[in-house]
Design a protein around this ligand. Sequence first.
Ligand SMILES: Cc1ncc(C[n+]2csc(CCOP(=O)(O)OP(=O)(O)O)c2C)c(N)n1
Ligand SMILES: [Mg+2]
Length: 575
Amino acid sequence: MTGSEIFARSLIAENVEVVFGYPGGAVIGVYDALVDLSDIKHVLVRHEQGATHAAEGYAKATGKPGVVLVTSGPGATNTVTGIADAYMDSIPIVVFSGQVALKLIGNDAFQEADIVGITRPITKHSFLVRDVRELARTIKEAFFIATTGRPGPVLVDLPKDVMAQKTTFEYPESVELRSYKPVVEGHIKQIKRAADLINGAKRPVLYVGGGVIQSNAARELRELAEKIHCPVTTTLHGLGSFPENNPLAMGMLGMHGTWYSNMAVDYCDVLIAVGARFDDRVTGNVDAFAAEAKKIHIDIDPSAISKNVRVDVPIVGDVKTVLSALNRHVHPLETKDWLQTIQQWKQEHPLRYETGDAVRAQYVIQKLGEVTGGNAIVVTDVGQHQMWTAQFFNWIYPRSHITSGGLGTMGVSLPAAMGVCFGRKDLPVVSISGDGGFQMNSQEMATIVENKLPLKIFVINNGFLGMVRQWQELFWRRRYSHVEISGPDFVKLAEAYGCPGLRVQHSSDVEHAIRKALAHNDGPMLVEFAVAQEDNVYPMIPAGQTVKEMLDVPDFATQPTNGSAQKVVMSLAKG
Ligand SMILES: Cc1ncc(C[n+]2csc(CCOP(=O)(O)OP(=O)(O)O)c2C)c(N)n1
Ligand SMILES: [Mg+2]
C-alpha cells in the first residue's frame, strides 16, 4: 500500500468517524485515498483554524480524539491557534499536516513551513514521518499520546514523497513508549495522608476542574462531596462536573466566580483540588489564595503539581481512580455551621443583574438554562458573554459546557460547536458568541449549512469588544480605545448562507426566540440578541488581586445586600 492508503486504513483502525480538513498540493495523494473511504466522513471546513476548533469541540463533547487533515505551509500554519488552544485546555486532537518532499525540506520550497518546529512548544508531541515503514506505528503512537495521561494535541507531519512510497500495511496492536508512562493509580500512602487531612477538616472546600470531566469522574466526585458534606466550587472547565442544583454547589470560582465561592476558598481550612491546575484566573494573587488552608492536589499530570501554588499532599493519578480510592478512606464530617455560613453568603451576595425592557445577556443565558433544563451542549466564545454563560446557565451535566479557557481564543465557538454536532446528535447544540468573536470564524456558517447541522447560533451583540471595554471602563478611566466594533447585519449574513435568522431587541421576546431556535431542527438557525451595550460582568477580582479586592455586583439592586455578610465573615474564626 502507499503511505496515503496506509493513512486511511490506520484511521479506520483507530475508529475515526470524522476528519475535519482542507486539501492542497502536499496532501493531494492523501485526499485521493479518501475518495473510496466510506467509513470515515470528511468535513470540508472553510478555514483550517475552523478544522482544529471543530476537532476540539468534537473531542470535548464525545471524549474521543478529534482529527484534522491539512496541507503544508499555510494550511499547517492556519491550525496553530487551534493546536495551542487544545494544548492549554488538554484536549486530545491529532493533526495531520502535509509537508514538502523530504529532499526539499529546508530549501524554502513552495508551501514549506517547519510546522514541527512551530508547534513543538504547543503540542504534547510532534512527529515528522521520514519513512513509510514508520507511518502506521507513528499514527498509533500519535493517538495513544493524545488520549492518555493528560490529553493534548499531537501533530504528524507527512512529507509528500513518503506518502507515495509503498510498504505492507500492518497496524500495531499496542504501544510501548519507554519515556512516556502516565500514572493512573494514585499512591496509597498519599491517598491516606489526604484522607487524614480531610477527616480533620472543619471548613473543607472541593475545588474542581476539567480533569473530573475528562476522566468521567462526576459520580465519584459527588460521592465524596456528599459523604463528607463538603461545598464544591468548579473552575470554568469544571462546570457540569457537579450539578449546580445540589445544595453543596457554589458555582464557579475565580476572577468572575461567585462571591460566596471565592469567600469559601478564602476561609477554608482544607482545600481539595481535583483535576484543576491553579490557573491565575482562579487564584488571582497566588500568595493569598486559600492562604490558611492545607492543600490536597489530585492531578494526572505530575508537572501540574506545585507549579503555581505549593500543595501539602499531591496525588498523581487518574482522577476517577484516585477519588474512588479516597472515598473508601474518608469519614462523614460535621460541617453544618460551615454550610450555614455559605448559605447565608449565597442569600446575601447572589449573582444578579438589572432587569427591564433592554435585553440582558444574563437573562438570555438564564432562560436558555431554564428552557433546556441543562439538557444542551453549550459552546461559548471568549468575552463577557462567556462569563455570563458560565455564571447563569445552571450547569448540571458533564460535557455540557465547552469553551476556550486556557488560551481564551476568540472565534472558537462557531467551529467548535460545529464539531460537537458531528459527534453528538442526542442533545441540542448551542453556539454562543459575541459580536466580535463571531466575526472571527463566521466562514464556517457555510460548512454548517452544507452539512444541515441543527446548530442554534446565538450572537450576543453589544456593539463592543465587551470584555476589553469593561477593563478600560474599570481600570483605564473609561478611555475607550478601539473597542467599539461594527459588524454585518447578522440576520442577513445568516440568510446569505441559507440559514434562517432572527433578531431580538426586547426582553419580552427572548424566551419565544429561544424556544423557536430549539424547535428548529432542519439545519441551523441564528438568533442575534441586541443586548445592553455597556453592561459589566460581576463579581470581579481584578487580575492578580485577592478576595479583599473583589468587586461585588453593584447595588442597582434587584435584591439589595444589607452588609450583614461582612459581619459573618468577621465572626468566623480563621485558622
Ligand atoms: C483571538 C483573540 N484576540 C483578542 C482577544 C482579546 N479579547 C478578549 S475578550 C475580547 C472581546 C470579545 O468581544 P466579543 O466577541 O464581542 O464578546 P463580548 O465580550 O462583547 O461578550 C477580546 C478582544 C482574544 N481573547 N482572542
Ligand atoms: Mg461584543
